[in-house]
Every structure is written in C-alpha cells, then in structure tokens.
Write a protein that binds this ligand. Structure first.
Ligand code: ATP
Ligand code: MN
Ligand code: MN
Length: 301
C-alpha cells in the first residue's frame, strides 16, 4: 500500500524504524483513535512494554479494518510481517514443529502495528528456553454483574495467600473486566509443575470459599463468582502483556498498578492509548519501581 507523499512528510517513515501506512484509519470507532494514534502510543511506551514482551513467543490480536470489524488471534505468520518480527521453532504436542513469533525492539512492535495488530499476548516463558516458565498469572474473571470491589478483594486475597508461601506478586488491570495477579519466577521448573501448582492453588481457594471462587471455566458454574483462570499457565497459553492496548471500546490498555493503588480503582480500564505520557510518568514512580520482577522459585504446594 502506497503512502502518499504529503502523508509521508507528516509521519516520517523512519519514526521508530517502521513505516506505518493508513495512519488516518479509525480503528477505535467509538472513541475515534486511528492507526497512527495507536502507533504513536506504542512508540511512546515501547520501553515500558519491551521488558515484558521481548524474546517471548507472542500471539497477536489483529484487526486490520479496526476493532469493530473482523479481528483474529494470530500465533504464526505467513512471512508478511517485517524483518523485526522474528521466528522461533517450537515443538508441538504431536511432535511436529511450528514457527512462533517473537520481537525484541520497538521496530518489532511497530511492524506488528503496521500489520493491524492491536493487542500483544505473551507466553509465560522466554525463547531462550521455552520449556522453563518464568511467570505465573492468575487471571481473575468475574461473572457478569459482580462489582469491581469483589475483584479487588479477590486479588488482594490471592496476593496474601501467595505471600504466605513466600511469593511476591504484582497486580495488573487487564484493560477489560478483570485483574491479573502476576508472579514472576526464576526459570528452573517444568510446565507440568507450573500448571500443577497454578491449578492446585486455584482449586484450594475455590474449595475454601466456593461461594466466592470457581476454578472451572464453565460459565454456568460461575454465577455470582470469580473464575480464577489458572489455565493461562499451560505451555502454549498466553496472557495479554503489560502496556498492550486492548481491542475494546475506548482503546483501553493493560496496566501495571501498585497494590496500594488498587483500592482506589473503580474498574479495570482506567487508562487508554491517549495516556502514554501519564503511563511513562507513572512507570518512573516509586509505586511501580520493580513492578513485575522478583527472583523467586516455585515452592512445593
Ligand atoms: P478480561 O479482564 O476482560 O478478562 P483478559 O485479557 O484477561 O481480559 P480473557 O478473556 O480472560 O481476557 O483471556 C485471558 C487470555 O486468554 C487473554 O489475555 C489471551 O492471551 C488468551 N486468549 C484470549 N482469546 C484467545 C483466543 N481466541 N485464542 C487463544 N487465546 C486467547
Ligand atoms: Mn481475564
Ligand atoms: Mn480468562
């Protein structure tokens, strides 16, 4: 697709090292942000997101015609992305091998945006050893109608239970409905141990308080409860990465928050792609210093 000369002058092709075409295309119709706005957001926040997305297998939510049209979840690539979107071969369950995507710099992020990407999702392992997970996520999915106060209390309770086991955890607002409780881990245990721990942890909470929590995906069993989605912790599963935009109404973003800030939050989407400057300032704050990093190993459960 050709970039018209006057458009190219307004948006230098070298910006972030990736060409963005159709900068004026509106991709968030209800709030008006364009593809150019999204590219500018990612350019401004790349240094915040890269520590959490670089050199992991990723999946992308692409919406080439905007979020109101067809979107798709993409794990593999036909070779059409740019030279900063790399491939890593990963063995599948059936013994075959598939090339997964990874990026490692701002050019990689922007080349994905050029291809219509809105959301970035990452594996819980790095490409240097995809068999050794390095983060666990408890994705809290409230049933419709549960207020956000319940979600906040659940996140804090999970933090406390993890803390009792010696594990530091961090809170992220998903940009959608829920909170992700993120547990960084030093690689050194298998996916089987990882998944097992996550499942047993979620099940023990739901058994202790069945009226508040469920550990099974079934929507029918979720009535009035919070689903502690531990299934993010299986080999091959992904979770949205911190600072990713979401393909949802208002162009919200997934954002790290401090535990002390959580109590003041009224929903899981207080920031949007219009807030790059605020997010950069926040990232420098004492509250977020060290967010998402800890040297700790998975204990026995
Ligand atoms: P919310 O707070 O609204 O639940 P979320 O990001 O946690 O937002 P979920 O629906 O709970 O959304 O999904 C959790 C994760 O599952 C996503 O972040 C994503 O990585 C993964 N996921 C979502 N849709 C798909 C899909 N179609 N195929 C594979 N994985 C998906
Ligand atoms: Mn969720
Ligand atoms: Mn979920």
């Amino acid at each position: 697709s050709e970039v018209r000369p006057e458009r190219a002058a307004a948006a230098p092709a070298s910006k972030g090292g990736a060409k963005i075409s159709s900068r004026e295309r509106v991709i968030f119709p209800d709030s008006g942000q364009t593809k150019g706005d999204l590219a500018d957001y990612y350019l401004a926040t790349a240094s915040l997101m890269l520590p959490f997305v670089a050199r992991r297998p990723i999946s992308l939510v692409r919406c080439p015609q905007g979020r109101a049209r067809k979107c798709f979840f993409q794990k593999h690539d036909s070779g059409a992305f740019g030279d900063a979107v790399h491939h890593v071969p990963i063995t599948e369950k059936d013994g075959g091998t598939e090339d997964y995507l990874f990026i490692e710099d701002v050019r990689g992020i922007l080349q994905c945006v050029q291809m219509g990407t809105i959301e970035f999702h990452g594996w819980g392992a790095r490409i240097r050893d995809v068999e050794e997970p390095d983060r666990m996520i408890f994705d809290l999915d409230p049933d419709e109608g549960l207020n956000f106060g319940n979600v906040k209390q659940a996140a804090r309770d999970i933090r406390d239970r993890l803390s009792d086991m010696g594990l530091i955890s961090f809170a992220m607002l998903s940009g959608g409905k829920g909170v992700h409780v993120v547990v960084p881990l030093t690689p050194g245990h298998s996916w089987e141990a990882h998944k097992d721990f996550a499942r047993r942890f979620a099940e023990s909470l739901s058994m202790a308080e069945p009226e508040r929590f469920t550990a099974t995906m079934s929507k029918a069993k979720r009535k009035g409860k919070i689903f502690i989605d531990w299934l993010r912790n299986q080999r091959g599963s992904t979770a949205v990465v911190p600072y990713s935009a979401r393909a949802r109404s208002g162009a919200p973003v997934a954002v790290p928050i401090g535990w002390n800030e959580l109590k003041d939050m009224t929903d899981a989407h207080p920031f949007s792609i219009d807030d790059a400057k605020r997010l950069r300032d926040r990232a420098e704050s004492k509250t977020l210093a060290g967010w998402g990093f800890a040297e700790q190993s998975l204990p026995d459960l």
